[in-house]
Design a binder for this molecule. Structure first.
Ligand SMILES: [Zn+2]
Length: 711
């Protein structure tokens, strides 16, 4: 298959699957946005604004909805031979209406610009004279020309739409220049090649109501003048999607022709950018764009101070970090999305709120210069096959493997597969082995925001980490230190080790080959080839286990190791009883990481029911006490095994505590015990700080562990 054919196949499929994630979104069109590639439109942020049209003040815009006399295709939001539903709500007539509709362009730009850019105007509907075939043969430029001259001119006074003069790129004055500023043509069709296009189609300009209407896009040298853009409103688009397409095309007039991402199958990342982006993953303008257009200031994050992030979209607060060893204009942008605005749709998971990190290689080019760094991390995704269970077509199944911090993909990226042209995640196999269908590249059911409780640290040690675009280490780390009512306080320490440790990945230890059945080996350090480094000041780890999905977490290990091996229950990946593990670490300052991912496995219960699981063990065991160190009390768990068949029923058990000189300071258990798991509290009130030992003796079994009282 040729490169071009592959691209078209991919884009069509993506259109089918994106949006509302329904096969009904099928759009016969090809590319999403027809703007041609060009040089990067960048300049110093000392001067800001829109390139080809103003980004401030009041811009009067004409929206023309146009349909064909022979088009009877049903459209839920646009009846044949009439105006689209809610036509007058797509744009406000003036700056005082303040419509709140989610598909209102005035509302959209009002919110994105924090009240500095007023896009107002009117919307009209016209039906064409000629058939669809006429324009199929002659293209959208011919259709736009025909519609504007024959149908729109009698309805509209074009002199109302000349308010601005373009003096130079980025420089606009609020006086008429004899040329119409902006017409948005919206077609009830799928037959144009692009979902949107930043021009009116490059026909020769013409005069109407004493004003010139030009049909190019100013970035193209051959056709330097323009008066509008062209959009489709396909038969299954919702009004919100139609507005996203309009905003994206206006975005090209504001920010330039190139996209910050590649539109081909070879592009890599899903993101939000260029206002509503071409794939309509989200409609929110990102911090670079708002900064670029002069709508917000984005200060550089300063070390050793606390920074308060209020809601990004409604207050415009954002910060950025420039890695000194990165590209000249490389930045991490940080935005706090609390989803207070209808336009804050940066993720399909409505519960996923907090700090989002955008990593931008440089000013926008037609390439993958912008990437989301979701807190969920980068992974080595496995492809256990292809399925037709989702969206009625063959799609690759994605399953999360081990961490691949440096070069792996996140759930927001395209993920190359060896077997499929589709490399967005539409089918996800969860740790329980179930298939899930969704637009996971839009964040559905995944977590991307950094938040106080789940993932508070972004650093050289986290997954994803704060490396440069080219994977060079940077000293940058941030830690969420507070979060109250959606206001997030972030600290950036000049010494990364001052922050809490990043949360760990917990999984089967790749450095241990278990040969004994019924045993498990886990690790949460840097055991994976592209796993996470461990902070140098981490000196303590804790591993907890839960048996059954409704069990309680019990500490199984505390100490300096980041590996653990156990055979105290019958681990078996084909067992019926879930066994869950989680871990965390602590550093020399006493700061804890967040809990790791939950690692799931199963166990076999020879007695068949979960309730009897305490009898599974055929060994005595004495678990590490928790907490440790402690003051004044701690908990000690021990296990008395089932007896062999025919043996008498009970065992004599002793659990005693000794100081470092071997003097007994407490007797916790001294008597017969049934088989099972027991938890005993030990209170050190009255004892001095220091090291103590506790010893379990039963049925010929003796083991001793150490604990520390710190007062
Ligand atoms: Zn575009």
């Amino acid at each position: 298959m040729s490169r071009t054919l592959r691209s078209i196949f991919f884009v069509v499929l993506l259109l089918v699957l994106s949006g509302s994630v329904s096969a009904q979104d099928a759009d016969g069109g090809g590319k999403l946005c027809g703007t041609l590639s060009g040089a990067a439109s960048s300049r110093s942020l000392d001067g800001t604004g829109g390139i080809y049209m103003t980004s401030r003040g009041t811009l009067r815009v004409l929206i023309v909805f146009a349909s064909f006399p022979d088009d009877e295709t049903p459209h839920p939001y646009w009846p044949a031979h009439g105006p689209p539903l809610f036509m007058q709500q797509f744009i406000d007539p003036d700056t005082t209406s303040n419509s709140q509709a989610s598909y209102n362009l005035t509302n959209y730009f009002h919110q994105m610009s924090l009240g500095q850019f007023h896009v107002v105007g009117e919307a009209v509907w016209v039906e064409m004279t000629h058939s669809q075939l006429e324009y199929w043969n002659n293209g959208f430029g011919r259709a736009n020309l025909n519609a504007l001259q024959e149908r729109v001119d009698p309805l509209v006074d074009f002199s109302m739409y000349d308010g601005w003069t373009k003096e130079a790129n980025y420089t606009h004055t609020n006086v008429p220049d004899g040329q119409v500023d902006m017409i948005i043509m919206v077609w009830r069709t799928t037959m144009w090649e692009f979902l949107g296009e930043a021009s009116l189609g490059y026909k020769p300009g013409f005069l109407a109501d004493g004003k010139r209407i030009e049909m190019g896009f100013p970035e193209r040298i051959a056709f330097p003048l323009g008066s509008g853009v062209t959009c489709k409103y396909p038969y299954n688009d919702r009004p919100y999607q139609a507005m996203q397409t309009m905003a994206h095309e206006l975005g090209h007039w504001l920010l330039g022709g190139p996209h910050p991402y590649s539109t081909t199958i070879f592009g890599k990342h899903a993101y939000w950018g260029l206002l509503c982006n071409g794939q309509r993953v989200a409609s929110c303008a990102n911090a670079y764009e708002r900064e670029r257009l002069g709508w917000i200031d984005v200060p550089e994050i300063q070390p050793d101070s606390n920074l308060t992030f209020t809601d990004y979209l409604s207050t415009g607060v954002a910060y950025k970090y420039h890695p000194a060893n990165g590209y000249p204009f490389e930045y991490f942008y940080m935005e706090n999305h609390q989803r207070l605005s209808v336009f804050d749709d940066v993720t399909a998971n409505s519960a996923d709120k907090g700090i989002w990190v955008l990593h931008q290689k440089g000013p926008y080019m037609e390439m993958d210069d912008l990437r989301i760094r979701p807190s969920d991390g980068n992974w080595n995704w496995e492809n256990p096959g292809v399925t037709t269970q989702c969206f009625s077509q063959g799609l690759p199944v994605f399953k999360r493997g081990v961490p691949k911090t440096l070069t792996g993909e996140s759930h927001r990226d395209q993920i190359p597969t060896p077997t499929s042209l589709v490399n967005w995640m539409f089918v996800f196999k969860n740790p329980e082995g179930e298939l899930n269908c969704g637009a996971f590249f839009r964040g559905e059911r995944f977590v991307g925001a950094f938040s106080a409780d789940v993932s508070p640290v972004f650093s050289p040690y986290s997954n994803p980490n704060s490396n440069t675009w080219d994977n060079q280490a940077t000293p940058f780390s941030f830690e969420i230190v507070d979060e109250i009512d959606g206001v997030v306080t972030v600290r950036y320490n000049s010494n990364q080790l001052d922050a809490a440790p990043a949360r760990r990945y917990l999984g089967r230890d790749p450095t241990v080959q278990d040969t004994l059945s019924g045993w498990i080996s886990l690790a949460w350090g840097a055991q994976w080839p592209e796993g996470q480094n461990l902070e140098a000041d981490v000196n303590w780890s804790e591993l907890q286990r839960q048996i059954g999905d409704n069990g309680v977490w019990i500490t199984m290990y505390v100490g300096q190791a980041t590996q653990w091996r156990d055979g105290s229950i019958a681990y078996d990946t084909s067992g019926a009883i879930p066994v869950l593990f989680r871990s965390r670490v602590r550093d020399a300052q006493g700061k804890y990481s967040a809990w790791s991912n939950i690692h799931r496995t199963t166990m076999v219960n020879p007695n068949g029911t979960e309730e009897q699981r305490n009898e599974v063990s055929n060994r005595y065991s004495l678990e590490p006490n928790y907490p440790n160190p402690f003051n004044p009390s701690t908990k000690i768990v021990y296990r008395v095994p089932s007896l062999a068949a025919g043996q008498a029923g009970q065992e004599f058990v002793e659990l005693r505590v000794f100081d470092v000189l071997g003097r007994e300071v407490a007797t916790l258990v001294d008597g017969v015990k049934e088989p099972g798991e027991y938890s005993v509290a030990f209170d050190a009130t009255g004892l001095a700080s220091g090291v103590y030992f506790y010893r379990l003796t039963a049925g010929g079994f003796t083991t001793t562990r150490r604990m520390i009282v710190v007062k």
